[in-house]
Design a protein around this ligand. Structure first.
Ligand code: URP
Ligand code: ZN
Ligand code: ZN
Ligand code: ZN
Length: 465
């Protein structure tokens, strides 16, 4: 039996901040007790970790990543091996990635493909959501089987006509199914049919620069789709989780629905909180590095997103990590912004950026842990195995140094991508040591993990309701 004690740190969960010692046995937390108490002093251990001056926090749960993801004729540049290693460096110990149904094929085939990509490759634990690209009778039946296997959330797209797009009828049918089987519908809420018209018109008028990606994917088309998704979920009697919310008017739709007591939830991502259309306008095709959908918005949207995160109109911050190299991948869209693969790298930086937001006064320390670990774990049926530090929880624990200073850069990050979206950004606070189910995967900023340590983690139904 292995026994580890973490002594002397400030243990922060979504609920509490206490100076406490943590006892771990065989990969699980078995006790949390006042630091230096007689009880904690009595623990014997094979390893003692000194956390004096450090925060002891639950490992991050990133509920939105795309490793090795097909988009626009290429694949996102992180594999499950490189992407989960980078996540571990950044203090994230669980990912929920998206398996993809290809049009004309079964959910099972997509799920098998994603297991083949991920199994035995991951440094940290992982689960899957399933993207529905073809809602038909067979798909609807298969959804029930997947729920029984721990795939308890399905992403639908109101964007990307001809690829992953579903029409309102397909969306309603899928939502009705989730009302029966307990799953959560995740929505990419943008009116893709209208956007495609604007794309065509922009290109015809010679507007091919990356900044037009932001202009055609209008705020009102995100808000309209968010509104429509909420109404469809209402008709189906199903809960709804809107992914990558970027616009003030979309937050307003979520807030209005929640004020009516509807089970409607929203996620935003660090890129919408820290970056803006200024980045999309960077010269020499530099804006391509920031092309993602929903798109980056003018700076004034950021304050609305922060407020939504404080008031719980938004519940989760995940990364939508979907990296494409500038050279050879983003460059596919030179001369035509619509051919730039959509997505940005970020899985490594979420915990740090949100800690910086604590220091900048946007959120409290406990809200940091809530948004990055506890809420996503509850939302996607992983709590309290993941997302907290309590007896019975997996020992997924981060020692975080709140005073260490560092600079985000492509030269020092561990993601497999040739640029940083946050190049030069100064951060106070840094991940020092990371435990995944009690095993040290990062020890004082030296990677000690391995591909294959991470286990597939079936999930229960949404616990946020
Ligand atoms: O631009 C993005 N977000 N790429 C990943 C796919 C998606 O829509 O989440
Ligand atoms: Zn097939
Ligand atoms: Zn999306
Ligand atoms: Zn995504």
């Amino acid at each position: 039996m292995s026994r580890t004690v973490i002594r002397g740190g400030l243990v922060i969960t979504a609920a509490d901040e206490t100076h406490a010692d943590v006892l771990i046995e065989d990969g699980r937390v078995v006790a949390v007790a006042a630091a230096g108490s007689d009880y904690a002093q009595g623990w014997t251990a094979t390893e003692t970790i000194d956390a004096t001056g450090k925060y002891v926090i639950p490992g991050g749960v990133d509920a939105h990543t795309h490793m090795d993801f097909p988009f626009g004729g290429t694949f996102s540049s992180d594999t499950f091996e490189t992407g989960t290693r980078a996540a571990a460096w950044g203090g994230t110990t669980t990912l929920v990635d998206f398996a993809v149904q290809t049009r004309g094929h079964a959910l099972r085939e997509g799920l098998d493909q994603w297991h083949a990509k991920a199994d035995a490759q991951c440094a940290i634990d992982y689960g899957f959501h399933m993207i529905l690209s073809d809602v038909n009778e067979h798909t609807l039946k298969e959804m029930d089987l997947l729920v029984e296997e721990g795939i308890t959330s399905f992403k639908l797209f109101m964007a990307y006509p001809g690829v992953m797009y579903s029409d309102d009828g397909q969306i309603l049918r899928a939502m009705q199914r989730t009302a029966d089987n307990g799953a959560l519908t995740m929505m990419h809420a943008e009116n893709g049919i209208a956007i495609d018209v604007l794309v065509e018109q922009a290109l015809a008028a010679g507007r091919s620069d990356p900044r037009y990606h932001g202009e055609v994917r209008k705020v009102v088309l995100e808000a309209e789709a968010t509104h429509r998704a909420i109404q469809l979920a209402r008709v189906a009697g199903a809960p709804l989780y809107v992914v990558h919310v970027s616009a003030d008017e979309a937050v307003a739709e979520l807030a209005a629905a929640r004020d009516k007591d509807l089970p409607v939830f929203g996620e935003t991502c660090p890129q919408y909180l820290f970056l803006s259309t200024d980045n999309l306008a960077e010269p020499d095709f530099g804006g391509a590095k920031y092309v993602c959908s929903t798109p980056l918005r003018p700076r004034e949207h950021q304050e609305v997103l922060w407020r939504g995160l404080r008031t719980n109109d938004l519940q989760v911050v995940s990364t939508d990590h979907c990296p494409f190299c500038f050279v050879g991948q983003k460059e596919l869209g030179r001369g035509d912004f619509s051919k730039i693969p959509n997505g940005m790298p970020g899985v490594e930086h979420r915990m740090d950026l949100l800690h910086q937001a604590v220091l900048d006064g946007h959120i409290s320390r406990r809200r940091w842990i809530e948004l990055a670990a506890a809420a996503p774990a509850r939302m996607f049926g992983l709590y309290p195995k993941k997302g907290t530090i309590a007896p019975g929880s997996d020992a997924d624990i981060v020692l975080y140094d709140p005073t260490a200073e560092h600079t985000l850069s492509v030269d020092t990050h561990h993601m497999n991508v040739d640029y940083s979206a946050y190049e030069g950004k100064r951060i106070t606070g840094q991940v020092e040591t990371v435990l995944s189910r009690g095993e040290t995967v990062l020890r004082r900023r030296e990677f000690t993990g391995r591909a294959g340590h991470g286990q597939y983690t079936p999930r229960g139904v949404c616990q946020y309701l």
